[in-house]
Design a protein around this ligand. Structure first.
Ligand code: ZN
Ligand code: ZN
Length: 768
């Protein structure tokens, strides 16, 4: 009888692959072994030819539900003798070559167990099985086995060991197995850092009492601590806003089950699927108008018409929400702008100033992750707003080939780095790199992933912005390792990202890239953000941009939409004078006269319009004015197609008439909702104008502005009959996709495509 070897690559560890193989082999009375290695799962066995092929096919057909098979091989090997079939010790025979299993939300079976009074895991807050539980957040080294995770220090009790050893048990070989007998210690502290109890059942009970009494609790989740409070009680919500220094940014709300979610928001089929998925992200859904709900909508999402909702994704969160029954605010445990707190010491030190009580447990988190955030367009297209827990770090299938490992540093705001070796990894959302804490968190995550995958980058890609902290770090790394450093223009990276995501890097067709965002350093030293590029066999070229307007007061401009309004009304500042004191107006007007820094940012332009419409003059969080303008446009009762005139001279898209139109409509007392919709229709007409003039039929979109689902719906409504429209699908359109775009740019260069890297000379500069 010959001996065979099977090798399977992909997401094949921590998903129940070895137990499955074992079960199939024993059913077939085969002898041999299965094991995890640093390059996937290996199987060796003896069988007759026909039987071996059948076994191979059965494995592929019955692959565990959370597995993702990337590659599989089957071949004859040297004859060997085996006594039985077994799972043998994991090996580390090659450099890592596998995808990382993300954390998986609690499965239905485990949910049923923790709620079943007869079950031995009734009320056990760390119930997991082969199908669910923490993975990426607890792994320290590869391959995946308990001893290389933060579960290592919690030995299984006898009963758990019996489950673990039983081939027919759903916890056979489950590396995260534990139960109330061999429990992971859990603790409840007050804000004085004094321990109240270690009794798990009591903790859940007390949590309910605290929520009822209007208290704020910090609760350890999968990727870090969450701050939670009763979503129907205004007092703790106001207090949480004060303590977090987060006056208006919307909070996400966690519900016990789908039924309670559906009472507050409209859940479409596609949204339901996402909520119930193993990634269990926060999903932005349209709020119901019903007055019966006790939810404090105006405090939770002031001025917005959508609410971020999600379901508990760990048994602990499930127990807490089940017991409390009402919806709970659940937001990352951090100060606004800082990374999520995930270490227990830090949590007890810092979160005591945010929370009245803290629920902690001893299983460490290795990789901090926020909750992922998604929404869906009218056509059910998924729009990722934040890619983190459950979605990061795998990017599969990998569209790039490189003979050497590469590191792309990404952008400063909404940062995420990318590592390309045999596989491609894009880190979880790492926040804005302005604060020291964020920079440290970025460095730790980068180091962890490099060590885990044993990747030593041989080239480093950075954004061209001279002052990005991540670019400076990239420069330092390149210098210390003596490897090449490549700078990539921000919007070119965006365009390359959406092309690569849609496998268009090899396309011969001419494609229009509409790249609209807040800020990116342009090749002419100005701040770009309302850009049009073309891609064809000749490479990438910047063919048009939004008419420049003054860039005022550096970063302050993105925080104060009234400054954008002033900049687009430079010729007639009278219009906006009521939004400033005389001194301010005088100062800013003088600055505009002296100013020689300009921007074509679509983000700032829309801020300006939001301010002109009186929607928002000062942003208390990033994107506030834009989100409120979107909500206003969506609220427009007539689905009209009116738009403002836009002039295009072949290079520059002039908005002068549009601003005049907005001001006129407002003074003629048109409804704000009507005008907001008209603005977005005009933007779609702007895109159409450029596409038509350049005779292009395929349009790709990237940049933070395309997180606006109202705009995407309009684009699809108006343009999809005539144009082929290409959007991001696996990544966010905001700067989280920049590192991926930097890699795409580099791979494009490696293919020998000529990049006219956003050549300003082909696009005449026109300013006010
Ligand atoms: Zn489970
Ligand atoms: Zn146990």
């Amino acid at each position: 009888m010959p001996t065979y070897h099977i090798h399977i690559k992909g997401i094949v560890q921590g998903v129940g692959f070895r137990p499955l193989v074992c079960q199939l082999a024993i059913a077939k009375q085969l002898k041999g072994w299965v094991c995890n290695d640093t390059d996937g799962v290996h199987i060796e066995f003896r069988a007759e030819d026909y039987e071996a092929k059948d076994f191979y096919e059965k494995i592929l057909q019955n692959a565990p539900q959370n597995a993702l098979i990337q590659q599989h091989n089957f071949y004859n090997t040297n004859d060997k003798e085996f006594e039985d079939f077994r799972i043998i010790a994991s090996r580390t025979s090659t450099p890592p070559d596998l995808l990382l299993t993300p954390d998986i939300a609690i499965c239905e079976n485990c949910k049923a167990e923790v709620e079943n009074t007869e079950n031995r895991r009734h009320h056990y807050a760390f119930t997991t099985c082969l199908q669910c539980g923490p993975r990426y957040s607890i792994i320290k080294e590869l391959p995946y086995d308990r001893e290389r995770t933060t579960m290592a220090q919690y030995p299984m009790c006898d009963e758990c060991t019996i489950e673990y050893s039983n081939i027919n048990n759903r916890r056979h070989y489950s590396q995260t197995n534990s139960c109330p007998n061999c429990a992971i210690p859990i603790h409840l502290y007050n804000s004085e850092k004094e321990k109240i109890t270690d009794d798990a059942k009591k903790i859940i009970q007390l949590a309910q009492q605290y929520f009822n009494a209007g208290k704020i609790l910090a609760v350890k989740g999968i990727g870090g601590y969450l701050l939670m409070c009763d979503a129907s009680n205004p007092l703790p919500i106001k207090l949480l806003r004060e303590r977090k220094q987060r006056p208006a940014k919307p909070f996400a709300v966690m519900y016990n089950n789908m039924k309670t979610i559906e009472a507050d928001v409209i859940v479409r089929e596609v949204e339901k699927e996402a909520l119930l998925s193993k990634e269990a992200p926060i999903v932005l859904c349209e709020m119901r108008e019903s007055k019966s709900s006790s939810l404090q909508k105006d405090l939770i999402a002031p001025g917005l018409d959508k609410l971020g909702v999600f379901l508990p994704y760990t048994p602990l969160l499930k127990l807490i929400t089940s017991k409390f029954k009402k919806p709970l605010i659940a937001t990352s445990g951090n100060l606004s702008g800082s990374p999520i707190i995930y270490e227990d010491d830090e949590a007890t030190n810092w979160l005591s100033s945010f929370a009245d009580y803290l629920i902690s447990f001893d299983r460490e988190i290795v990789t901090p992750q926020d909750d992922s955030l998604v929404q869906f367009s009218a056509s059910a297209k998924r729009i990722i707003l934040r890619r983190s827990r459950g979605l990061a770090p795998n990017y599969f299938p990998n569209p790039f080939y490189s003979s050497k490992p590469l590191l792309a540093m990404g952008a400063e705001l909404k940062s995420a780095f990318a590592l390309l070796d045999k596989n491609l990894f894009i880190s979880q959302f790492l926040g804005d790199q302005e604060s020291y804490e964020s920079q440290e968190s970025y460095k730790i995550s980068l180091q962890h992933l490099q060590e885990l995958l044993r990747i030593v980058p041989q080239k480093i890609l950075i954004d061209k912005h001279p002052n990005y902290n991540v670019s400076l770090l990239g420069k330092e790394l390149a210098a210390s390792r003596n490897v090449p450093l490549i700078e990539v223009q921000h919007h070119v990276a965006h365009f390359c990202a959406v092309l690569a995501e849609n496998n268009l890097l090899n396309s011969d067709e001419k494609i229009l890239g509409v790249i609209w965002d807040g800020t990116g350093y342009g090749d002419d030293g100005q701040i770009w953000g309302g850009e049009f590029f073309t891609f064809n066999t000749g490479g990438i070229e910047r063919i048009a941009h939004l008419q420049y307007f003054p860039q005022l007061m550096g970063d302050k401009m993105s925080k104060e939409p009234r400054l954008s309004a002033l900049a687009v009304c430079k010729a007639n500042p009278e219009i906006v004078k009521n939004n400033f004191s005389n001194e301010e107006l005088d100062l800013y007007t003088k600055q505009m006269q002296r100013n020689n820094l300009y921007t074509s940012s679509m983000g700032r332009f829309l801020d300006g319009i939001a301010s002109l419409l009186g929607i928002s003059h000062q942003n208390s969080y990033e994107g506030e004015a834009a989100m409120k303008l979107e909500a206003a446009a969506r609220a427009c009762k007539t689905k009209h197609s009116d738009y403002y005139d836009i002039f295009y001279d072949g290079n520059v898209l002039s908005w002068k008439e549009m601003i005049e139109g907005v001001v006129a409509d407002k003074s003629n007392n048109f409804e704000i909702m009507y005008i907001a919709r008209k603005v977005f229709v005009s933007l779609v007409r702007m895109i159409e104008l450029v596409a038509k003039n350049n005779k292009i039929k395929k349009i790709a979109f990237s940049g933070g502005v395309f997180q606006n689902v109202f705009l995407i719906d309009l684009i699809e409504d108006i343009l999809s009959d005539v144009y082929e429209l290409v959007f991001h699908q696996l990544l966010s359109s905001n700067d989280e996709c920049i590192s991926f775009g930097q890699l795409a740019f580099d791979r494009l260069n490696a293919q020998g495509r000529r990049i006219k890297n956003g050549d300003i000379h082909s696009c005449r500069k026109k300013v006010l």
